[in-house]
Design a protein around this ligand. Structure first.
Ligand code: SAM
Length: 247
């Protein structure tokens, strides 16, 4: 845990309150704990996720079906953006019918580069520095055939803006795909970067926090089509949210 997290926890636990801090400031106070997590992850060869750790170094890893199924059918060259990728992208590198190029971004990429150097690791895809909320500063609009984010937009400081930026960078007629564990803010006691909950209610995609909620499906129904499903992987239920960009 970083000093920012630690001081905040001590104050909020001692006085049993939650300070009304802007999410971006709370995010900044907590980001060191994410870097510490990855340091520990490399030190221990992937911690509890050793099998998945090995896969991240496999240049022949097949593109996962849930991503491949959302790619446009009429192209041979496809560009995928992995947002909040961490130091090593999860995205599979090969597909039997497609040439895939992958870009990866993460706001902590500068720190991850230091960790990769420390552990003498060369990634298959080098993660570039950038937060989901600012993707349009990094990439032109309508650049990617698929924009993917796993276990990270609920770590962001403005998830609604982050998803809208993902929609800006994906091409019209293509998909944004989100994969998150439902209810992470609640599950993690709103500590660290976990300020948000992603859920499905009556088929709608809902983003909530300690202070409010947004029905993303209804709010943005004029520009996109949102579909939610639960997929169980490694005994964990994941909420997969696909968002088709209409215009
Ligand atoms: C649990 S890791 C997941 C990494 C990777 N997606 C995976 O599935 O292995 C969460 C990641 O979210 C990133 N993150 C935090 N805030 C973000 C933001 N505003 N935009 C994009 N990514 C963010 C963190 O830096 C961290 O690398």
């Amino acid at each position: 845990m970083g000093w920012g997290d630690m001081i905040l926890n001590v104050i909020e636990n001692k006085f049993r309150l939650r300070l009304p801090l802007p999410p971006k400031f709370r995010w900044w106070l907590s980001h060191k704990s994410e870097i510490d997590f990855w340091d520990n992850y490399f030190k221990n060869g992937g911690l509890h996720w050793k099998a998945n750790y090995e896969l991240k170094f496999d240049p022949q890893l097949r593109l996962q079906d849930e991503l491949a199924s959302l790619l446009p059918k009429n192209r041979q060259e496809v560009k995928i953006l992995d947002v909040g990728a961490g130091p090593l992208t999860y995205v599979g590198k090969v597909h039997q019918n497609l040439n895939i190029s992958i870009e990866a971004v993460d706001p902590l990429a500068v720190y991850y580069d230091k960790l990769l150097n420390k552990y003498n690791i060369t990634p298959l895809v080098r993660t570039k520095s950038g937060s989901a909320e600012q993707l349009s500063l990094l990439f032109p609009a309508n650049s990617f055939d698929l924009v993917f984010a796993r276990n990270c937009i609920d770590h962001s400081y403005n998830p609604e803006k982050a998803i809208l930026e993902m929609l800006t960078t994906v091409k019209v007629g293509c998909y944004v795909l989100l994969a998150h564990i439902p209810n992470e803010g609640e599950n993690e006691g709103y500590h660290g970067l976990h300020q948000w909950n992603f859920n499905v209610r009556n088929g709608d995609f809902i983003i909530s926090s300690k202070t409010g909620e947004v029905n993303f499906t209804k709010k943005y129904s004029s520009g996109c089509v949102v579909a939610c499903s639960i997929l169980t992987k490694d005994n964990v239920d994941w909420l997969y949210t696909s968002i088709l960009k209409l215009s």
